[in-house]
Every structure is written in structure tokens, then in C-alpha cells.
Write a protein that binds this ligand. Structure first.
Ligand SMILES: Cc1cc2nc3c(=O)[nH]c(=O)nc-3n(C[C@H](O)[C@H](O)[C@H](O)COP(=O)(O)O)c2cc1C
Length: 178
């Protein structure tokens, strides 16, 4: 698949067909996520992967009703986190600049984009969910305090072909510096 096809064709998928995901596909998706650039190649994103109904239901406990419904028949739920205090920080523990752990969020987003594009290439739809309960995820997935929790991502075979929500025009978001 060409990159432009993945970039244009990927959509947030909120309806899935029943289906499983192979461990080989999970490995390929996480490996692609980990090829994303990161602060000083610090590779701080972490992935908690639920594929059994039991494990997915534990993750669902952290989702509001709408997001839970939207993960029905999903083949996997992935909780993304990152190691705090590393991306954006020097060896002495001080932040390189004012952004601090914001660079960890930055790297997490880059990795997440690779993740959902690779999933799309392998035939899976995805939904990134930022509306989730951090404490429930931490407890149910045994996520240590050293990691900051970002999003839950569902993966599955799409049962819908949504049209792309409208994007802003380039001239509305780009400032030419000449
Ligand atoms: C950081 C982030 C958090 C999001 N959280 C949610 C969410 O909690 N629930 C949901 O239904 N969609 C969520 N979305 C999906 C967005 O609504 C969606 O990406 C946007 O409307 C554009 O649609 P598209 O992904 O099909 O291009 C989230 C997306 C991002 C990037």
C-alpha cells in the first residue's frame, strides 16, 4: 500500500465485524509504531495489548458508554503510555526546555500515527480514544506510576466505510514565513 493511500484512507472506525487479530499482526503493528522518530531515540511509548474478551473488558471498564459501544467486536484494545521524565529530559533529570514531558506526548502521537497507519495497511480499522479513565486503566492493566497514560486504541475489521470529516484548507492553517 502506498503511504498516501493509508494517510487518506484511514478513518476512525466505530463499528467492527467480529474477527480476531493474529499475534504476528500485533507484532508488526507495534514494530511499526516503534519506528517512529522519538526524542534522542528514547523510544518511551509503551503498549498494553488486550486481545482476549476478558482483557478487553478490563480496558472497557475505563471507557465511557459511547466509547465502550464503539469497541464492540474489536479484535484488540491497546493502551498507550510513555515513560515519564525521559523524552525531553537530560541525563541529569532536568528538562531540556520548557516543554518537559510534553515531548513524551509528542513522541506518543508520532508512534500512534504509525500504529494506526500500519494497522490500516494490514486491513484493520482503528479508533484512538482519549476519553478514558486514567485510574481505572492504571489499576486494571497494572500500569506503573513511572508511565503516563495517553490513549486507548481499538483495532478491528471495519464494518463501516465512513467518509472523511472535513479538513481545514491549507491556507487556513499554514503561515508562510517567506
Ligand atoms: C488524541 C485523540 C483522541 C480522540 N478521542 C476520541 C474518543 O475518545 N472517542 C472517539 O469516538 N473518537 C476520538 N478520537 C477520534 C477523532 O474524533 C477523529 O480522529 C476525528 O474526528 C477525525 O476523524 P478521522 O480519524 O476519521 O480522520 C480521538 C482522536 C485523537 C487523535
Amino acid at each position: 500500500m502506498e503511504l498516501k493511500d493509508a494517510m487518506l484512507g484511514r478513518r476512525s472506525i466505530r463499528f467492527y465485524k467480529t474477527g480476531k487479530i493474529s499475534q504476528a499482526d500485533i507484532q508488526a503493528i507495534i514494530a511499526a509504531a516503534n519506528m517512529a522518530p522519538s526524542w534522542k531515540n528514547s523510544q518511551t511509548p509503551r503498549y498494553y495489548v488486550a486481545t482476549s474478551e476478558e482483557a478487553m473488558n478490563k480496558v472497557r471498564e475505563a471507557l465511557p458508554e459511547r466509547n465502550t459501544e464503539n469497541t464492540k467486536n474489536a479484535a484488540a484494545l491497546i493502551v498507550m503510555t510513555f515513560e515519564r521524565g525521559r523524552a525531553g529530559f537530560m541525563k541529569n533529570g532536568l528538562p531540556d526546555n520548557e516543554v518537559g514531558d510534553g515531548w513524551g506526548f509528542f513522541d506518543n502521537g508520532l508512534a500512534c500515527q504509525n500504529l494506526v497507519l500500519k494497522a490500516y495497511e494490514l486491513g484493520y480499522g482503528s479508533l484512538i480514544m482519549g476519553i478514558r479513565d486514567e485510574q481505572v486503566l492504571r489499576e486494571n492493566c497494572s500500569i506503573p506510576a513511572s508511565q503516563i497514560i495517553t490513549a486507548v486504541i481499538s483495532l478491528g475489521v471495519a464494518d463501516i466505510d465512513p467518509t472523511a470529516p472535513k479538513r481545514k484548507e491549507v491556507e487556513d492553517i499554514m503561515v508562510s514565513l517567506g
